[in-house]
Design a protein around this ligand. Structure first.
Ligand SMILES: [Zn+2]
Ligand SMILES: [Zn+2]
Length: 295
């Protein structure tokens, strides 16, 4: 009798141990790779660009030491996941939040970002949109006391060792749709340049080709308008001549993004196209003279 209950206890103990071990292995395997600057795959990085999977929308975070930069905040329904991602990076303060244009898939999460973090500066095109997400963004800016800066081509922001140049829209440009006011931003650190295009259209690309032909050559391109064929003209893609392209796009979206024509054009130029719907978050480590995809 006594031996039996002893055996039972030992068996139970072994079972409990196995369960704990299995849980520990599961937790370790499931734990996302540490994507903080200076650790893991980013141990050599001085700056990191995170193009965050927010479904159908855009959100990018540039980890720049104590002068962090956000470009767009994705749609409202992905805001909790976006905050979780930034919290995991240890973000507390954002020096500059750029909102490319006031469409929901770019600013839906903006009020959550501004309410949750200390956002010093908010940069947007000077374009009013009578929508709930636009009003919520403006209320958050007002309530939190962030500096609001309306920007257009020709502006330049020096943020720590990063330079951000605005290439579009032109100062007097009056588009038919908010996509046309998308801030097109050239982000430079040392010799590495990345181009963020919002939902800028072919007409905006033509403006940049005419006005800033020497500024277009960039290693990294966030493809315009989720890979829509209303962006990414052949002339523009060739002028940028990117080595890495990223499409921020939601799986099975109703717009059919990315469009086959855009994929064909990018594929004629590059072997690999990074897509948030297939690859999830895309993280790029950067030093003054090199960059790498952190995988
Ligand atoms: Zn969009
Ligand atoms: Zn848009």
């Amino acid at each position: 009798m006594q031996t039996n209950s002893k055996q039972k206890i030992i068996t139970m103990a072994v079972l409990v141990f196995i369960v704990i071990l299995a849980l520990a292995v599961y937790v370790i395997l499931e734990m996302p790779e540490d994507m903080r600057l200076g650790s893991g795959v980013l141990s050599d990085a001085e700056v990191a660009i995170h193009i965050i999977d927010v479904g159908q929308g855009d959100a990018a975070f540039i980890d720049n030491g104590d002068k962090d930069i956000l470009i767009d905040a994705g749609p409202g329904d992905s805001a909790p996941a976006l905050l979780e991602y930034l919290d995991a990076l240890g973000v507390y303060e954002i020096e500059y939040a750029f909102f490319s244009h006031p469409h929901e898939d770019h600013i839906g999460g903006a009020d959550d970002i501004i309410n949750h973090y200390k956002v010093e500066n908010v940069v947007m095109p000077d374009y009013y949109e009578n929508t709930a997400c636009y009003r919520k963004l403006m209320e958050a800016v007002d309530y939190e006391g962030s500096d609001l800066i309306y920007s257009c081509s020709g502006d330049k922001f020096v943020i720590g060792d990063i330079t951000v140049e605005i290439l579009s829209p032109g100062p007097r440009y009056k588009p038919e749709d908010a996509n046309g006011v998308s801030l097109v931003m050239k982000v430079s650190y040392g010799e590495v340049d990345a181009l963020f295009t919002g939902d800028a259209e072919v007409e905006n690309e033509e403006f940049i080709l005419r006005n800033y032909p020497d500024k277009l050559d960039c290693e990294i391109l966030k493809v315009g308008h989720h890979g829509s064929s209303t962006s990414s003209s052949e002339e523009f893609v060739y002028a940028v001549s990117p080595e890495v392209v990223v499409i921020s796009v939601g799986e099975d979206n109703t717009y059919g993004h990315p469009h086959v024509e855009t994929l064909a054009l990018l594929n004629s130029h590059l072997d690999k196209i990074y897509r948030t719907d297939r690859d999830g978050d895309i993280v790029i480590g950067i030093t003054k003279d090199k960059y790498w995809i952190a995988e």
